[in-house]
Design a protein around this ligand. Sequence first.
Ligand SMILES: [Zn+2]
Ligand SMILES: [Zn+2]
Length: 334
Amino acid sequence: MKSKSFVAAGVVAALAGLVVLPSAGAAGYAGYVPKTLTGPATGTSIASPARNTVYFCPRVIQGITFPTTLTNPTNPWVFGTTVNIADSEDVAVPGSVKMKHVFSIRKTATTRFLKGNGIPNHAMGEFPIPSNSAAYSYYAALPAQGYANAAEIPIKPYDMSLTVPRNPVVQSKPSCILSLAVGIASQTGAAWHAEIAVSADFKAVSPSAALPYDRCWGHPYAEQYHYHGYSWKCFPNQGKKGEPSPLFGYAADGFGVYGPYSEGKPGSAVTGATQKPITNAQLDVCHGHYGWINWDGKLRYMYHYHTNNEYPYMIGCLRGKVGKMSMAMMHLGH
Ligand SMILES: [Zn+2]
Ligand SMILES: [Zn+2]
């Protein structure tokens, strides 16, 4: 902490005015605890911006054109388009592994610079996945570059950085998702990845329907730990009961990602959370909207994203200009 502009993530959350430090008032309050996630049906297009899907940039991977629609996989925790959280967690990747965590956010007048080693401030599951665990077979069925299969992928620290405007601007058209990494959870210092994965038979699938995760809904891809689905359960600051969810992190375009309890109606102050999670019907095609939020300690009416339990769970496309980042790009795998 040589520079005063370098502050720890927890301090940033407090400065953002969202009432509590992760270690203090948040204790015991779990925020929104869903029982299910609603996933995409087979045939859902990913080729244009729309609610309840992702807008994924067209691409050719290893000579194969990436599918433009999603396929809903068959797994014991998937019932139609419903992902049962308890059933998924029944086959979660076991273990509780802590690794050295490095993360900081630096701000200038115009820029926000998030940097770390990609390792979260909480314990992760055991990767490579123990071969005697229930999770193993789901990963072992998937190919992985450089490994015998996806169950063999370890977690390693990496150079995770994201440089974004401190006050991002909404572009005239939403951008498709090009990189796998779509943001950084500043409460924990780990990345969010797009809610899309490739199955063994080269179908595009929702990762939460295709694979079990560790207890924080995370796993590695290309050795980089990241989140999907209901990962916010492990974010230390869920806010306070009856209040809007706090900032969970930043999207790749610099806009904030907030929890499932939205602020009040547009035009009103940050009060009046209904304690009903926000639904996709209340959000735009990128899984965000305008509202009054605390932004760097000031109340501002601006665009932001929300997490919830309806696919794509956090970001469907990007409203702002994507910043400079050093994180995972898409190739074969999850
Ligand atoms: Zn909101
Ligand atoms: Zn993943």
